[in-house]
Design a protein around this ligand. Structure first.
Ligand code: HEM
Ligand SMILES: *[C@@H]1O[C@H](CO)[C@@H](O)[C@H](O)[C@H]1NC(C)=O
Ligand SMILES: *[C@@H]1O[C@H](CO)[C@@H](O)[C@H](O)[C@H]1NC(C)=O
Length: 498
């Protein structure tokens, strides 16, 4: 490394330590150490994204497992020890999440804030609609997704026997999953079985998605080139007069459309913007998650073989011999039995997820961390969990950078005991957030990834093209969910001759 750079960094660190010390005088005695002056203004908050994991680990070594950082004028207290997570997650009353989302999501997706007095009861109605993604409602969603995946696979990829075809793995996974998820959530077009312009929609979605971290950081959209025009185009896809012509729309979206109708202060573009936000929620993380699960399995032929056999066995147990000339149907019940596949998916989520869990203190109070420790928190302070540092902790996960497809299986069952300092962890895998704000689409997400991977393994032989390294994680979305690969991977596939 450049010695000058090193010197500058040391200088910076000295200053930082100095300030942390100076700050002690303006901190109450029970408050955590404050690392100040690190990021004085908002745009700089993005620097955090460059290497959040490295930054937090460095500070943990220096200040212990609870410390406060001033980021973009906000005081953020990071809880770095996963043994302390349960006490944070259960403090739902004093540590709220939604105040934060209602500030950030509306400016990102372009609808008016939901909390407050303008839209009476809308917030609660929206919250309640999330139940339509879970429980008994999962079955029709899963069934519909199966049909839609089969449809896209048949028409785009199962039409030519025998020959190897090659392509980009990310492109492959995301084109199939984007369209099949879209059809499942929003329904089918008025005429025909597939919506026209899906590739354009996805291209625009990707452009918007690449600007997502800037929008979340509250950078004004007019500073972001054509982002505003692209967002408008995406939103206009979901205008009520268009959506009302679609059929077989999921109950989840139907309910949301109905409840938006009850609020006359919501304009048509506002309703459309809400539907667009769900597009982001439903594919923004699912596409990269599908890619990683597929990539890791294809890169380990031994693991792939075990998972493929598991799927064939589950079908056979129910009297179905797989036959490539016919459509496959995997029910929710069958998907639940695919334990090695589920473990592979969880393992790839562990390696690719970097979401930050955020809570905002509703009052000044003393936050109990464990039996003999509490810290003072002031109203408006942000408490943050960063589970990536737990996911990559070598004490919890041996060889944390290695993909072990069966890491979450033990004696043929799900493995749930993971330890830190000799204590069993309550939370050891958190790609979907925690507590009251936990992702309501998580069961659907895992199911649809299982369905996609199953079809891929059943119908195709798969190989990575030679001479490619494992793609790095693109950290520009650090803190916001599943990270994308920094580049696509070339692969070959051909119909299996059985
Ligand atoms: C692998 C795929 C997915 C991942 C990793 C993921 C992750 C997340 C995370 C981390 C949050 C924020 C929770 C928090 O901060 O505590 C969230 C929220 C949300 N997710 Fe997902 N998600 C995925 C798929 C989906 C799907 C498929 C849907 C819908 C069909 C969905 C719908 C939502 C919604 C509506 C919210 C907002 C919840 C709220 O406002 O309380 N997600 N998701
Ligand atoms: C319509 O959706 C239901 C579930 O809501 C599903 O069972 C059915 O297969 C779907 N029909 C078509 C034609 O996709
Ligand atoms: C995988 O993770 C999900 C959610 O994070 C969890 O509900 C499920 O039990 C896990 N399964 C395995 C095999 O680890």
């Amino acid at each position: 490394r450049d010695p000058e750079e090193e010197e500058a960094e040391e200088e910076e660190e000295k200053k930082e330590e100095e300030e942390a010390r100076l700050c002690l005088c303006c901190r109450k005695p029970d408050e955590p150490p404050l690392i100040k002056g690190w990021i004085p203004f908002i745009g700089k908050a993005l620097e955090f994204g460059k290497d959040a994991h490295g930054f937090l680990e460095k500070h943990k070594r220096k200040y212990g497992d609870v410390f406060t950082v001033q980021i973009a004028g906000k005081y953020m207290t990071f809880i770095m020890n996963p043994l302390l997570y349960p006490s944070i997650i259960k403090q739902g009353r004093q540590l709220d999440f939604h105040e934060f989302t209602d500030k950030v999501a509306p400016v990102t997706f372009g609808y008016p804030p939901v909390l407050g007095n303008t839209f009476h009861g809308l917030w609660e109605q929206i919250k309640r609609s999330f139940q339509l993604l879970q429980g008994d409602h999962l079955e029709p969603l899963t069934e519909s997704m199966m049909g839609n995946l089969m449809l896209v696979f048949r028409q785009d990829h199962l039409d030519r026997a025998g020959d190897w075809r090659s392509g980009g793995l990310y492109e492959f996974c995301s084109s199939v999953m984007f369209e099949a998820t879209f059809l499942t959530i929003y329904g089918k077009p008025a005429s025909g079985v597939r919506h026209r312009g899906m590739d354009d929609l996805r291209r625009d979605f990707n452009k918007f998605d690449s600007m997502f971290p800037f929008l979340i950081a509250q950078i004004p959209i007019w500073l972001l080139g054509r982002t505003k025009a692209i967002r408008q185009k995406l939103i206009s896809y979901f205008l009520p007069q268009k959506m009302s012509r679609w059929s077989n729309t999921s109950q989840f979206i139907q309910r949301r459309s109905e409840l938006f109708e009850q609020h006359d202060k919501l304009k048509d573009v506002d309703k459309a913007a809400h539907h667009f936000a769900i597009l982001w929620a439903s594919v923004g993380n699912t596409l990269p998650a599908t890619f990683w699960a597929t990539y890791f399995l294809v890169s380990q032929p031994q693991a792939l073989k075990v998972v493929r056999q598991e799927i064939l066995d589950v079908l056979r147990d129910d009297g179905v011999e797989f036959d490539a000339s016919r459509d496959v149907l995997l029910s929710k019940e069958q998907l639940d039995k695919l334990i090695f596949l589920e473990s592979s998916i969880n393992e790839s989520l562990r390696l690719s997820s970097a979401s930050m869990n955020i809570r905002v203190a509703q009052e000044d109070f003393s936050l109990r961390l464990d039996n003999d420790r509490s810290v003072g928190v002031r109203k408006g302070d942000v408490i943050a969990l960063y589970p990536q540092s737990l996911h990559l902790d070598p004490e919890i996960y041996e060889e944390p950078q290695t993909f072990r497809f069966d890491r979450f299986v033990q004696d043929g069952r799900e493995k749930t005991d993971f330890f830190k300092d000799g204590q069993k962890l309550r939370y050891y895998l958190m790609p979907f957030g925690s507590g009251s704000s936990m992702c309501p689409g998580r069961y659907f997400a895992i199911n649809e990834i299982k369905q996609f991977v199953s079809l891929l393994l059943l119908y195709f032989d798969l190989q990575l093209e030679d001479g490619q390294n494992r793609p790095r994680l693109d950290s520009s979305r650090a803190g916001l969910g599943i990270l994308l690969p920094s580049s696509d991977v070339r692969f070959r596939y051909r119909l299996r001759a059985d």
